[in-house]
Design a protein around this ligand. Structure first.
Ligand code: DCS
Length: 284
């Protein structure tokens, strides 16, 4: 039996049914998190929980449980599903109410759901790197909220798939923002650069860990906007996310990045990131 959390209850996945007038289903009116599980332990759980509150606060959804309670439910979920290596997907919507764009006026209980999936470490991508394609960023101007509205991201990723690429790198005009489900970094002359965490990108938990380990290990890192030209002329490029960890980007729009192989700074950051995982979750 596979367990799922639905509104604070632990139930069998096929029984976890949500009303068709749930506002998440109809409006994408909700927010979510994806949390990595290594050795049966959540990585950066506190950071994910804090971002979950921040996202829900910013759209006026009040979490029906304390963070401690949610964290304990997720730990229980991992245990019941005997998950060792994978992810937890968790989302909260504004709840079920007759369809009307404005928030329901009466008290509606937000709908919290979570489930687990097995997800291996993407070893081939981590060692060989991935191909990417550039695409205009057509999303809204609150990309800092981890919203269920992912149409822009979905269309970008589909374009990548159709072009035999792993990820689409989005840009607003000349300015590179982020991947469809990842943050993007460039390395030039030993300096690591990534977009500052403002309303145009999601403040990735993996991004924050990378920036911290760079500081701790004397790797110069800057958060600032960078252009498509800088991206194309970079010595190294990589992407980061909960599921993709630190993945080298070796091709952009059909052209090699540097010599077309993962570079030394990227590899160093991969090692440092691995050490962070092992510190929190034990030897991999
Ligand atoms: N940017 C976007 C648009 C994302 O969707 C994600 C993560 C990131 C950046 C990286 O953030 P984290 O480092 O916190 O994961 N997307 C999640 C998702 O939807 N699937 O996997 C991770």
């Amino acid at each position: 039996m596979e367990y799922t959390i639905l509104n604070g209850r632990m139930i069998n996945r096929p029984s976890a049914l949500v009303d068709i007038e749930d506002r998440g289903y109809q409006f994408g009116d909700g927010v979510y998190e994806v949390i990595r599980v290594y050795n049966g332990k959540m990585f950066a759980a506190k950071e994910h929980m804090e971002r979950f509150v921040k996202s829900s606060d910013s759209i006026g959804i009040k979490l029906p449980y304390t963070l401690e309670h949610i964290t304990n439910m997720l730990k229980d979920l991992i245990e019941r599903n005997s998950l060792r290596l994978g992810i937890i997907y968790m989302q909260i919507t504004r709840g079920t109410a007759p369809r009307n764009h404005a928030f329901p006026t009466h008290d509606v209980t937000p709908c919290l759901t979570a489930y687990t999936s097995e997800y291996p470490i993407p070893k081939t991508n981590l060692t060989a790197g991935v191909k990417t394609i550039l695409t205009e960023d057509i999303r809204w101007l609150r990309c800092d909220i981890k919203s269920l509205n992912l149409l822009g991201n979905v269309l970008a990723k589909q374009k990548a798939e159709e072009n035999d690429c792993y990820e689409a790198i989005q840009h607003r005009g000349e300015e590179v923002t982020e991947g469809s489900s990842s943050n993007v970094f460039i390395v030039k002359n030993g300096t690591v650069v990534t977009h500052e965490s403002n309303h145009l990108i999601l403040k990735g938990i993996t991004k924050e860990v990378i920036l911290r380990v760079c500081i701790e290990n004397n790797i110069h890192a800057e958060e600032r906007t960078f252009s498509i030209d800088e991206l194309k002329e970079a010595d190294e490029v990589f992407l980061s996310s909960t599921t993709s960890e630190v993945t080298p980007i070796v091709v952009i729009d059909g052209k090699n990045v540097g010599d077309g192989k993962p570079g030394p700074v990227t590899k160093k950051i991969q090692d440092l990131f691995r050490k962070e995982i092992e510190k929190q979750c034990g030897k991999l």
